[in-house]
Design a protein around this ligand. Structure first.
Ligand code: BGC
Length: 368
């Protein structure tokens, strides 16, 4: 884990160890070992948000970012704030003190994200908003997916599943993501643009609609239980990610209604895909995190060298009223028929997906 430790200069060893001492077990210091230890090498700090709202942060983002930084031969430090805003700021302070040239953050909310970005900027550290835009923030770049497109795929996905089931005037429940995550707003913009016209025309009936603080699965569970009590005839669930989808599925299972009520998701993690294999979840959205991580590493390295980075989009920050140069990747809808694409991409392995009771379902679904 502390590979290349000996190559660091004495000063950076002291800093790196103090970082490790303060950090938790999820800290991931890396050094490609290719440098001379002169200290002129770019150093990039990344703060991930938590490890519960989605498996992606620890299983995909950490892995792909580390691989990209290693391949580029830069020093890096990836830490996880574990959904603690205080810890988020502490990690940022440590990283700035340790001399990172670039700070990459996934904010826990725009307020604390902005404080960290402004502080970094004041210290001459370049900044990148990773996955979540910090509203009113000062990040130089933003790297993410087209998040309105993610939401559209969810709305269209739910509607395809309802058509396949020949549902008549289904009542739709909506579990939105965290109200403090700008992505949740964008996802909702996307799926509501598909579903609102259907409510208007009377094809679907709008049911309960609530946001889930921190994308927390326990709260999603309670919220959905209440939804189903107040409206027992819910016939479809727009869940903004696989964690929320799984919480709704758990409630439906208790009532033996799993599989009869299509549920959406996002992130294409092992559990989400397994819920699709069992038929309890209808679809998910796959976001190739490797592309997001690679684009971030490329940008971070350009910034560390004082160069401008390559972008393919401009995103408007509605609060800060500024245009943020961005890289946006494209999301893909996943149904039982194309789970194989996620395996082929190396995002999940057949071994983890098709373990135990899922082996037969994988065979049925033709997973190779
Ligand atoms: C990300 C999703 C993730 C969610 C919860 C969002 O900002 O875009 O991929 O599921 O946060 O972690």
């Amino acid at each position: 884990m502390r590979k290349g430790f000996l190559l660091l200069t004495a000063a950076s060893v002291a800093l790196a160890s103090s970082l490790t001492a303060c950090g938790d077990s999820s800290s991931d210091d890396g050094d490609s070992g290719s440098g001379s230890g002169s200290g002129s090498k770019p150093k990039i700090g990344v703060i991930l948000p938590d490890s519960k709202s989605s498996p992606r942060w620890e299983t995909a983002d950490r892995k792909y970012l580390s691989e990209a930084f290693k391949a580029a031969g830069v020093e890096y430090d990836i830490q996880n704030a574990q959904n603690d805003k205080q810890e988020f700021q502490t990690i940022a302070d440590q990283m700035i003190t340790s001399g990172v040239n670039v700070l990459v953050i996934v904010n826990l909310d725009s307020g604390t994200g902005k404080a960290v970005l402004d502080k970094a900027k004041a210290q001459g550290v370049a900044t990148i908003d990773y996955d979540r835009l910090t509203l009113g923030g000062s990040a130089q770049y933003y790297v993410s997916f087209d998040n309105v497109a993610v939401g559209k795929l969810q709305g269209e996905g739910l509607s395809k599943c309802l058509t396949d089931m020949k549902a008549k005037k289904p009542i739709i429940a909506t579990l939105n993501g965290s109200p403090t995550d700008n992505n949740a707003t964008l996802f909702a913009e996307g799926y509501n643009s598909v579903l609102d016209p259907k409510y208007k025309s009377g094809e679907y009936v709008k049911g309960p609609d609530q946001s889930v603080p921190d994308w927390d699965s326990a709260q999603a569970n309670t919220i959905f239980e209440q939804m189903l009590t107040s409206q027992p005839r819910i016939g479809g669930v727009l869940a903004a990610n696989d964690t929320l989808g799984n919480a709704a599925i758990a409630v439906l299972r208790k009532q033996n209604r799993n599989g009869d009520v299509p549920v959406t998701g996002q992130d294409a993690g092992v559990q989400g895909l397994q819920n699709i294999l069992t038929g309890d979840q209808c679809m998910t959205v796959y976001k190739a995190v490797k592309k997001e991580a690679d684009a971030t590493a490329r940008l971070a390295i350009s910034l560390a060298k004082g160069e401008k980075g390559d972008t393919n989009a401009t995103v408007e920050d509605p609060e800060g009223k500024r245009k943020v140069p961005s890289v946006l990747e494209t999301p893909v809808a996943i149904y039982k028929e194309n789970i194989q694409d996620v395996v082929d991409d190396g995002f999940v392995t057949k071994e983890e997906l098709c373990k135990g009771k899922y082996a037969a379902l994988c065979t049925q679904a033709g997973i190779k």
